[in-house]
Design a protein around this ligand. Structure first.
Ligand code: AQP
Length: 346
């Protein structure tokens, strides 16, 4: 390792101001799970963190038959606009599209070569997303390695994500440790940071399944979209699956009621117990109305800000270009370190 590479490593971990990297796939517009599980904590901590957030458009190619090029291009910008509409400040954070920083794909290849296949077959997302399909692209299996590259290129200490992504961040640590063991200290070891409430929001039509963008495309009543208009929000929430009891105590409630209690508790910032006590003896219709009100209060200003941002595509592209330039500066320094470690590119 060169002296400058060692010096770069000594900077981390970034004790005073942790370095953060996270991102979302532009599979479709974001939902309330994406907001409560990840995006809200990105915004809440933006003053205390040195943070980079990307729209991981290369990840959206893992199901190529599901996207047409113009739609993907539009959705990638729309997801960036949603980050800003939810309160992420482009002056205080580096925000960019993953495909604008080619270092991600290059680093990913090097890491693919050092990652044992068995580690990838164990990923629950791969099992879930490949289940029942005759054929899947190799990218569906290897995309956690690209995700590792996304994180490791920026020497991130923290990766704020929902619960479903914790396994991938742990894999990233394993990939980094293996690489460091094989080629010498090169990568900082990141850790996942999940929110205390809202880390796993379930589908409203089937509360045994995680709320997911890709499922929403097929089943409209499944998720609460951040851009859903009022009539759609009302229909989705008032039709949420519950049960025939009147059980509001969290630990005894059915999965659908627990999900509604969780959504309400994390939106209004109260405990499950407080919410359960408030609704005890009442019907589930009252709980759903309260959820609808809290959701509407949260998403209405987001939707309005989003529309204003999408009305000025030139400014949006300018912000993303600036973000990509700032991200590339950091990513290329790390990639040089990686290439020097393995003996290519010199
Ligand atoms: N249901 C959820 N509850 C809480 N957090 C969630 N996240 C996703 N679903 C929930 C968090 O949101 C971020 C988005 O990550 P992603 O877009 O890379 O992919 P994902 O985790 O696979 O999210 P989706 O919505 O299920 O997308 P698709 O259907 O495209 O795969 C992550 O931080 C995730 O934890």
């Amino acid at each position: 390792m060169t002296d400058s590479a060692a010096a770069a490593l000594r900077e981390a971990p970034h004790v005073d101001r942790p370095r953060v990297l996270s991102g979302m796939q532009p599979t479709d517009a974001l939902h309330l799970g994406n907001y409560l599980g990840a995006l809200r904590q990105w915004v809440e901590r933006q003053d205390e963190r040195d943070a980079l957030f990307c729209v991981v458009d290369l990840h959206a190619l893992t199901v190529p038959e599901a996207v047409d090029p113009a739609t993907l291009r539009h959705r990638s910008r729309a997801v960036a606009a949603l980050y800003f509409a939810c309160g992420l400040d482009p002056e205080r954070n580096v925000v960019f599209l993953q495909s604008h920083v080619p270092e991600h794909a290059e680093c990913s290849w090097i890491l693919t070569c050092t990652t044992p296949l068995g580690w990838l077959y164990r990923m629950t997302q791969f099992k879930a997303k490949s289940e029942g399909r005759d054929s899947v692209g190799a990218g569906l299996l290897t995309y956690p390695v690209l995700q590792a590259a996304d994180i490791l290129l920026y020497d991130a200490d923290e990766v704020p994500v929902g619960e479903d992504q914790v396994q991938h961040v742990e894999l990233t640590r394993d990939i980094a440790m293996r690489f460091n063991h094989l080629f010498g200290d090169t990568f900082v070891l990141p850790r996942a940071v999940v929110p205390a409430a809202g880390a796993r929001i379930m589908g409203l039509d089937d509360p045994t399944e995680k709320m997911s963008k890709s499922i929403m495309v097929e089943r409209p009543g499944h998720g609460i979209g951040l851009l859903d208009p009022p009539d759609v929000l009302k229909k989705t929430i008032m039709s949420a699956v519950t049960d025939s009891q009147r059980e509001f105590r969290f630990e005894h409630a059915s999965p659908g009621v627990r999900n509604l209690l969780t959504i309400l508790a994390s939106l209004v910032g109260e405990s499950h117990e407080t919410i359960s006590e408030r609704f005890g003896g009442r019907g589930y219709g009252d709980l759903k109305k309260a959820v609808l009100e809290a959701v509407s209060e949260t998403v209405t200003p987001i939707r309005e800000r989003f529309e204003a941002l999408m009305d000025d595509p030139v400014e949006l592209d300018r912000i993303l270009e600036r973000g990509a330039a700032a991200a590339r500066e950091r990513a290329s320094a790390t990639l040089q370190r990686v290439k020097a470690a393995v003996g290519v590119g010199g």
